[in-house]
Design a protein around this ligand. Sequence first.
Ligand code: PLP
Length: 424
Amino acid sequence: MDHFIYRDGQLYCEQVPVEDIVRQVGTPAYIYSLATLQTHYQRIAEAFAPLHPLICYSVKSCGNLAILAALRACGSGFDVVSGGELFRARRAGADPSKIVFAGVGKTDPEINDALDAGIGWFNIESEEEFWNLERLAAQKSVHTRAALRVNPDVTSHGTHVKTLTGKKDTKFGVDIDRAEEFYVQAAAATHVRLNALHLHIGSPIKTVQPYVDAIGKALQLIQRLRQRGIRVDTIDIGGGFAAFYEGNEAPHAEVYAAAIVPLLQNTGLKVLLEPGRSISCNAGILVSRVQYVKQGGRRKFIIVDAAMNDLIRPTLYESYHFIWPTAPTHLPASRLSTLRSPDDELVDVVGPICESGDYFAQDRHLPPLRRGDLLALFSAGAYGFAMSSQYNARPRAVEILVDGSNWRIIRKRESHEDLIRGEE
Ligand SMILES: *Cc1c(COP(=O)(O)O)cnc(C)c1O
């Protein structure tokens, strides 16, 4: 699952004790394992190999240049959702023809940049956007390809409403019952070829059935279009594969592939995947130091030096992150710590920000903690640093990449000067 392992009473990232790193770089610190990142990419690549897919890693899940460059070296393309992410992917050396660009509100400058770069596909989310792309491509006298993001109206249980995107009445994509006419009308465009279909039904999708349902509906649509003389040659099934937060709860890549590969194998369609979380989530931890321990009413608070500005998922999605000391007296039986040791205490792990929503865990069993102890927040690689901010004028954390027994800073800790850069 990952290369964050307790050995001789200490947490290691690959061959490096986590404490050795933070002794030099301080806390809070994001620490990524290169081997874990690569392993998760390879597992998806191998599981879906019968389809020869193009894997376009979702930059928004964790977009550090070193992370992107490592995945590019594995052969990955990139899924971007803004001009800024396109810039990042290109800086990391991405092959533009392996870039797909999604997002409901692409601006003209973003579209122009992507046209100039010669990206692989625009993932189109509305009629207006499609005809705007056609207009901009015609102005530049360039030709491009696009996929229509179809909203298949499938249900996925256990996905937070804030990250559910494949139901009717969300802002994403075009309703499947309008898609057929859309393709027919788009055939009149002269500079954009709408010959692909895009799905992204949300995240995380913890069972395969929503994919099976969505792909089934998409294939029927492609069949109906073929009868009307419109050829769709590419299907992009999006991202959303689950990762491991609580333990082994997520299906492995092979489980998704076992259901999806047979559906697409003999269709002749080129297949794209856009995994983000399933590659980056377990490849990163956030390490934080206990500042103070205090009692508040009946609750015991562990106040740490990371906060919701560093990792907002618990606040935003009520997400669970396994938390454990880097030098613990004992290990929990499971990440859910259902079997706890008698001296564990029931605590809230909170940050210093002036919001009661600034917490990482509530009513969590942890070994007794003292000022100065280090805590690791696991499964923080995806939507962790990427969603961080400077709220409360807190400089963003340092990012570290570990490779075997080596490690390096891949993003410096921000300084106070960084906080005011550009202000007058
Ligand atoms: C966010 C996003 C993804 C990646 O989702 P994960 O759950 O991280 O795999 C893929 N495609 C699109 C269009 C997205 O918006």
